[in-house]
Unconditional design. Structure first.
Length: 134
């Protein structure tokens, strides 16, 4: 068994790779769509909290303090579908039936572990529970 798999080069079937990329893009788009619903729920709830605080301050006579109520917008979900599209297009125009991939390419295209994916998946999945309240 080899130690560091990131230094490996493998040869893959182009159609198999394209199929995997397309499936991963569909899964990413579905996760993003759900996370956007959850994000919208969280933004709405945050705005309602700010509105309630402003109302409380106004009714208590603290007119000047209403500007202290701050809206902190939750970080927006990340849609990286364009990265999948670029990879798919690149391999669609490839003339060879097989493609050589190296470490980082294997991680991204085969394992769906892109340089951005950990943050995006963590962020997007965090909103799925909020989407259930929608």
């Amino acid at each position: 068994m080899r130690g560091n798999t990131n230094n490996r080069t493998i040869t893959v079937n182009r159609e198999d790779l394209l199929s995997r990329l397309r499936d991963n893009k569909i899964a990413h788009a579905a996760e993003y769509a759900v996370s956007m619903k959850g994000w919208q729920v969280e933004v709405r709830e945050a705005l309602e909290e700010v509105a309630a605080e402003c109302t409380r301050l106004l009714t208590s006579g603290n007119f000047a303090r209403t500007t202290d109520a701050v809206f902190e917008r939750p970080e927006k979900p990340q849609d990286w579908s364009g990265e999948y599209t670029k990879a798919i297009r690149m391999f669609e125009v490839e003339v060879d039936k097989t493609i050589e991939l190296e470490g980082d390419e294997i991680n991204a295209y085969i394992h769906d572990e892109w340089t951005w994916s950990n943050h995006a998946k963590h962020l997007n999945r965090g909103y799925t529970m909020s989407a259930a309240r929608y």
